[in-house]
Design a protein around this ligand. Structure first.
Ligand code: ZN
Length: 248
């Protein structure tokens, strides 16, 4: 079993705490490598896993289905609880609405959704060196706050019973002109071993000798960045927000 990072342990503990008593069956949609289910301690709950990535799904220790979030291979009201953790912030228009409908259809009593909290998506842009498109480093295209989470499933006739902010942290509190300047100057190239969502270019790690000049300019930018980071004021925030929903 994969060892959890401290942050993931906090996230999973918080999510587990929100699960109402009496839940007997639980489906984790978009389970990734199944970390949440694999570390879920209440063994009286029968768990199921769904993901569209076979490589990840292979690690989930639960009955599993390789499936697309827009067409879940389950009947209506199939499980007491559907969990969907750090998934919907990735979903494009169309699929996003379908996913919320599918989750609402399959869940009998409860839905638990967790997403990153109030992410400034523009601050995490990277650029593809092939098509020059800029996109969010984590491929997140949606940001959520308390209001959005509270109203998320209203159209599907579900009511938000409670929300929880998870993992207190301190974020940089930047004035808008500074953010614009930062984005213009420090736009990052896409990370290695990732794929551009626009053109499909995949950046592979290459073993290239380091050019001393490039290295020097990079370390100058690094020190400038670390100086800026020190003087920027910070404000309290949280890593994630969770919403627990019940049928109306
Ligand atoms: Zn591209």
């Amino acid at each position: 079993m994969i060892e959890l990072s401290k942050k993931d342990a906090i996230r999973f503990n918080a999510a587990s705490q929100m699960i109402p008593s009496g839940v007997q069956t639980m489906l984790d949609v978009g389970c990734g490598t199944g970390d949440f289910l694999n570390h879920f301690v209440d063994k009286s709950v029968k768990t199921f896993a769904v993901d569209q990535d076979l490589k990840g799904l292979m690690h989930a220790h639960a009955p599993k289905s390789l499936a697309y979030i827009g067409a879940l291979p389950f009947s209506d009201n199939a499980v007491d609880l559907v969990t969907c953790m750090e998934v919907i912030e990735h979903l494009p228009h169309g699929l996003y609405e379908m996913a919320l409908l599918e989750i609402s259809r399959v869940a009998k009593k409860y839905i638990l959704i967790t997403v990153p909290y109030k992410q400034d998506l523009k601050l995490m842009l990277v650029q593809c060196p092939f098509c020059f498109s800029r996109y969010n480093h984590y491929l997140h295209i949606r940001s959520f706050d308390e209001e959005k989470i509270s109203q998320l499933l209203g159209k599907q006739d579900w009511v938000c019973q409670s929300t929880m902010l998870i993992n207190e942290k301190f974020d940089y509190h930047l004035p808008t002109p500074f953010v614009h300047f930062y984005r213009l100057i420090f736009i990052k190239e896409m990370p290695f071993e990732t794929k551009c969502p626009i053109c499909g270019y995949e950046k592979r790690a290459l073993l290239k000798p380091i050019n001393p000049q490039t290295h020097a300019s990079k370390s100058f930018i690094k020190s400038l960045k670390s100086l800026l980071v020190k003087i920027v004021p910070k404000k309290k925030s949280y890593s994630w927000i969770a919403g627990l929903y019940v049928r109306n």
